[in-house]
Design a protein around this ligand. Structure first.
Ligand code: HEC
Length: 205
């Protein structure tokens, strides 16, 4: 009734009705507020059992159900007193995997954690609440833990499971390990031909 009066008034005054309409309704999606619907756990006179919430059809498989290899998909396995993080990467670590990891890390993580993972990034320098840490601080953490952080997020950091399928996530973990090793290494540990190249470029500690 109020709306009709508003509209009449607006028409009479010759101004838009928008400013007056619907302050007591869902402004973002008025259709959602107005359409017939049931509330969670509410009663229903439509279904014969009187419940508004329905059981999934028999045989439905939840998308989150873990099958076959939880270590691979969560980074941890059940131990005697709780979950244990994998201490090694459960896929074959070879050059293609590291190259995939480098690519994914550069696209997904370097924006915040920096190209070499030391937390030095333009985005990071603008984050005042809790800036992205250097990933070199986590060189003693299990690969399974890093995998879990990428999968579920951590504190202020979002999950990257949607961007990175399981294999890509392990590839990122392997590349983070490679960064940790490379940034904490000394020149004499490099193979002779690499050493010569690095010395020429004056890269490294
Ligand atoms: C949008 C910025 C952003 C991106 C992108 C990002 N992170 Fe983070 N990351 C953060 C912030 C901020 C924290 C600290 C969160 C906190 O302590 O609440 C963090 C924390 C971490 C930690 C430490 C967790 C701990 O135990 O303290 C790890 C490991 C990590 N990130 C890895 C990654 C990896 C790998 C990627 C890429 C897949 C990534 N992050 C992408 C912002 C980001």
């Amino acid at each position: 009734m109020r709306r009709r009066t508003d509209m009449l008034l607006a028409a009479l005054l010759g101004v838009g009705v928008l400013s007056a309409a619907g302050c007591d309704e869902d402004m973002l999606n008025p259709m959602a507020a107005r359409q017939p619907r049931v509330q969670n756990y509410g009663e229903s006179d439509f279904y014969s059992d009187g419940l508004s919430m329905r059981e999934p059809p028999a045989g439905s498989v939840p998308r989150e159900r873990l099958v076959m290899n939880p270590g691979l998909t969560t980074g941890k396995v059940a131990g005697p007193t709780g979950d244990i993080y994998l201490t090694s990467i459960p896929v074959k670590v070879d050059r293609p995997l590291l190259e995939l990891g480098q690519k994914r890390f550069s696209i997904t993580c370097a924006t915040c954690h920096g190209p070499v993972g030391d937390g030095d990034s333009i985005v990071g320098s603008q984050m005042s609440l809790r800036p992205p840490p250097s990933l070199h601080k986590y060189s003693q953490r299990e690969p399974g833990y890093i995998f879990e952080v990428v999968t579920n997020g951590f504190g202020m950091m979002a999950s990257y499971a949607a961007e990175l399928p399981v294999r890509d996530r392990w590839a990122v973990v392997a590349y983070v390990r490679a960064l940790q090793l490379s940034q904490a290494s000394t020149l004499d540990k490099a193979p002779p031909e690499e050493r010569a190249r690095l010395e020429k470029e004056k890269v490294g500690p």
